[in-house]
Every structure is written in structure tokens, then in C-alpha cells.
Design a protein around this ligand. Structure first.
Ligand SMILES: Nc1[nH]c(=O)nc2c1ncn2[C@H]1C[C@H](O)[C@@H](COP(=O)(O)OP(=O)(O)OP(=O)(O)O)O1
Length: 165
């Protein structure tokens, strides 16, 4: 399946909590998620991650670290999306809601609202929360139904990135 869109998704971390926002529009509307969006032309993945965090929750990320990648094969679209997952535990400024993510809320790792998130989230969040490099591949038959998925942990990011290609 050809890769269609490339996205970033960033999780700010503090005191065993992660900052999530409720998406107000577009893809994933009404679901809690990290901050991110489409990688624009002539933009690196890391720069997209930094830009989206600032746009969507108002902080400047200073130690962005890519921790994994998820490839979504969307049977209903005949295309695949790739989402690059980052964590960040140092940032400047105060987090605030935005037009696209409102409200925002710190959730304890043990209290993530999976019932109001994408169905694939519980599969790979444990790796992201533990800072383990990972690669995941998820096949959706429709927007709410996962046909199959595989998640693997890696010792390095470069190996994790190979599975998504
Ligand atoms: N199945 C899925 N599970 C998940 O946890 N996050 C997903 C996902 N599919 C997409 N995402 C993330 C990736 C990205 O951070 C976000 C969607 O990005 P958007 O469509 O909001 O992009 P943009 O902010 O560039 O959009 P616009 O500014 O509205 O054009 O949702």
C-alpha cells in the first residue's frame, strides 16, 4: 500500500503524567491525543513536531526525542499513513489550549482515557510511556475497526524506523 500522509505526534511528559488535548476538528475529532499534524513540504519531521506543539499547546519543546513510528494501513482508503511519535520532558512556557486542542489535561500514566481515544492507542502507548523505541503497524478496515496489528520494541530508533517503510 503506498504511503499517503506523514504526521507527527508529540507527548509532553511531567511527573509520570502526559499532556493530552481533546481534538476539536478534523481527523480524530472528539478524541484525546498528543499534539501533532501533517509534515509540510520542505519541513523535517522534527521541525514539524516542534511547530505543531507550539501551535497546539503553546510551549516550546526543547528536548524532543523520537521514540517510535506507527504505520496505519487504511484498507478503506487504499493508502497508508505514517505517524512519527515523539516524547518531550523539557519545554518552555505554560501549556494552554488552542483552537484545535481544547481542553488540554495532564493524565497520570495509570489514568489515560483510552475509551475516548483512537482504538490503536492502548497497543503502543505502553512503549511510548516507558520510553522504549518501538515500531507498530496497524491495519484498519474502517475508521473504528482494527483488522490486525504488530508492535515491536527495538534497541535503537534507526531499527524501529525500518519496519514503517
Ligand atoms: N490512528 C491514529 N491514532 C493516533 O493515536 N493518532 C493518530 C491516528 N491517525 C492520525 N493520528 C494523529 C496524527 C496527527 O498528530 C493527528 C492528525 O493531524 P491533523 O489532521 O490535525 O493534522 P494538521 O494539524 O496538519 O491538520 P490541519 O491543520 O487541520 O490541516 O492525529
Amino acid at each position: 500500500m503506498p504511503v499517503g500522509k506523514i504526521f507527527t505526534l508529540v507527548f509532553l511528559k511531567r511527573n509520570n503524567s502526559v499532556l493530552l488535548g481533546l481534538k476539536t476538528r478534523g481527523l480524530g475529532e472528539g478524541l484525546w491525543n498528543g499534539f501533532g499534524g501533517k509534515v509540510e513540504e520542505n519541513e523535517t519531521v522534527a521541525n514539524c513536531a516542534r511547530r505543531e506543539v507550539e501551535e497546539e499547546c503553546g510551549v516550546i519543546a526543547s528536548d524532543l526525542k523520537q521514540i517510535g513510528v506507527v504505520r496505519y494501513d487504511l484498507d478503506y482508503d487504499k493508502s497508508a499513513d505514517v505517524v512519527h511519535i515523539f516524547t518531550c520532558s523539557k519545554f518552555d512556557g505554560f501549556e494552554k489550549p488552542s483552537e484545535e486542542m481544547n481542553p488540554i489535561k495532564w493524565y497520570k500514566y495509570t489514568d489515560i482515557p483510552f475509551e475516548q481515544m483512537w482504538p490503536d492507542a492502548p497497543k503502543w502507548y505502553p512503549f511510548m510511556l516507558k520510553d522504549k523505541y518501538f515500531s507498530a503497524r496497524v491495519i484498519y478496515t474502517d475508521k473504528n475497526t482494527i483488522k490486525d496489528s504488530i508492535i515491536q520494541e527495538f534497541g535503537s530508533l534507526s531499527n524501529a524506523l525500518k519496519l514503517a517503510q
